[in-house]
Design a protein around this ligand. Structure first.
Ligand code: SF4
Length: 249
């Protein structure tokens, strides 16, 4: 998504040609290296993202070039697109995408913000978390699974008739991107837990906790995308998948 916005909205705002931008995405995920090459993630033949580095590779580069992280001057991110809400930051942990989406869902349904932006039911280390939440007059069933085995089990229950879940978050990696394939190899469970804890601590401290109050997001929709699910946002921010082969389980 960020790649698509850089090569479209950012390029137009800064009067740059998309083909003259080289965009590098640093991710906790080895699968993003494949995703970068997907035809669906190009616009007029130009890739949304030109290269993907995993966090592990970034750490190697930092060591290779003897970069002293402790003594680097902090810098603000470039704008536009430079402001991040903590709703986006907690995406890194299992349950984070769900919690971020529910914060905005709550505001859209009730017209008010949540008093406390914490949804304990979708937090924690379990491979499956479920909750039934009352938002306004709506009872919303949600499920969060991480690890594809958990996803399989849940989908089987749904195939067999479960109909109390309206919204599901699936993370392929157990624990979410904090334990992604691009992260340090052989991370101990303690390290994964501490990454999860850090993300929630960041969320606790930050002032913008919902994406719909992020000035960068508001600006993008006002100036460029129109509204969520507009034709332009579909074109740039959504994708489709086709079945390639059957995996025998
Ligand atoms: S959960 Fe794993 S596979 Fe999915 S985006 Fe995160 S790191 Fe990649």
């Amino acid at each position: 998504m960020m790649g698509a916005m850089i090569k479209s909205f950012y390029a137009e705002t800064e009067n740059l040609k998309p083909e003259n931008i080289f965009s590098v995405s640093i991710m906790p995920c080895t699968a993003k290296k494949f995703e970068q090459q997907r035809d669906e993630m190009t616009q007029k033949g130009i890739a949304d993202v030109d290269a993907v580095l995993t966090t592990r590779e970034l750490a190697k580069l930092i060591r290779l070039f003897n970069i002293d992280m402790d003594n680097l001057e902090p810098e603000l991110a470039d704008s536009p697109l430079g402001t991040r809400s903590s709703a986006g930051k907690i995406f890194g942990t299992s349950g984070g995408v769900m919690e971020a989406a529910l914060r905005t869902t709550y505001a859209k349904i009730t017209g008010k913000e949540m008093k406390k932006f914490k949804i304990h039911e979708v937090r924690g280390h379990k491979g499956r978390k479920e909750a039934n939440l009352k938002i306004g007059e709506i009872n919303l069933g949600v499920a969060v699974v991480s690890g594809l085995k958990e996803a399989e089990t849940l989908l089987q229950e749904i195939r067999e008739g479960r109909d109390d879940i309206h919204f599901i978050e699936v993370m392929a990696c157990p624990g979410g991107c904090i334990a992604g394939g691009g992260q340090p190899i052989n991370s101990k469970p303690k390290a994964i837990k501490s990454r999860m804890k850090s993300l929630y601590e960041i969320d606790e401290k930050e002032s913008i906790k919902v994406s719909h109050r992020n000035p960068s997001i508001i600006e993008i929709y006002q100036q460029y995308l129109g509204k969520p699910l507009s034709a332009k946002s579909h074109e740039l921010l959504h994708t489709t998948y086709t079945k390639r082969y059957n995996i025998l389980l």
